[in-house]
Write a protein that binds this ligand. Structure first.
Ligand code: FES
Ligand code: FES
Length: 186
């Protein structure tokens, strides 16, 4: 575990990867990943909810693990790989989870949706065919005020089934460049 630099210190250049692209940042030691994504990189799919690491709205992948961006200091990302919803898929080549959430109408206001999808992406990376109980446990830290949990579970299960189908020989796969599930399928 790296040691946090002193408050008010300015970091030396730090190299990491964001949605498949190399990034070099010099940032205030107090800046969080969520602040960087939304206010420096302009990647606003990652939502700002509680800012206390408790609601899951800001979930992103760091080295394939689902983490709250609001509780992740930028200085801790040296050498790491971050994927946000924008890196998971595109409108032209959506990730199966994005397709499944739309088809299952697994959202109402949509505020929790990107965090839900990123937490589900981490789950499918380590467990390609989860049970409904697995899905519930994996998304336990992602709150939804609109109460669409049952549709979310169905969407994640549908995405897992679709990915299992396309992972078969000749079945293709996810086209998103930064998609962690694509990497694990290869
Ligand atoms: S905004 Fe990060 S967990 Fe709530
Ligand atoms: S769809 Fe509104 S908070 Fe989840």
């Amino acid at each position: 575990m790296p040691v946090a630099p002193p408050v008010h210190a300015v970091q030396p250049p730090m190299n990491w990867t964001l949605n498949g692209s190399a990034v070099a940042t010099v940032q205030d030691a107090r800046q969080t990943l969520l602040d960087y994504l939304r206010h420096t990189a302009g990647l606003v799919a990652t939502r700002m909810g509680c800012c206390l690491g408790q609601c899951g709205a800001c979930t992103v992948l760091v080295d394939g693990r689902a983490v709250p961006a609001c509780d992740t200091p930028l200085w801790s990302l040296a050498g790491k790989t971050v994927v946000t919803l924008e890196g998971l898929g595109t409108p032209q080549a959506p990730h199966p989870l994005q397709t499944a959430f739309i088809e299952a109408q697994a959202l109402q206001c949509g505020y929790c949706t990107s965090g839900m999808i990123m937490a589900a992406a981490a789950l499918l990376q380590r467990n390609p065919l989860p049970t409904h109980k697995d899905i519930r446990l994996a998304l336990d830290g992602n709150l939804c005020r609109c109460g669409v949990h049952n549709r979310v579970i169905r969407a994640v299960a549908d995405a897992a089934a679709a990915m299992a189908q396309t992972a078969r020989p000749g079945g293709g796969g996810c086209a998103a460049a930064a998609c962690p599930t694509t990497e694990s399928d290869q």
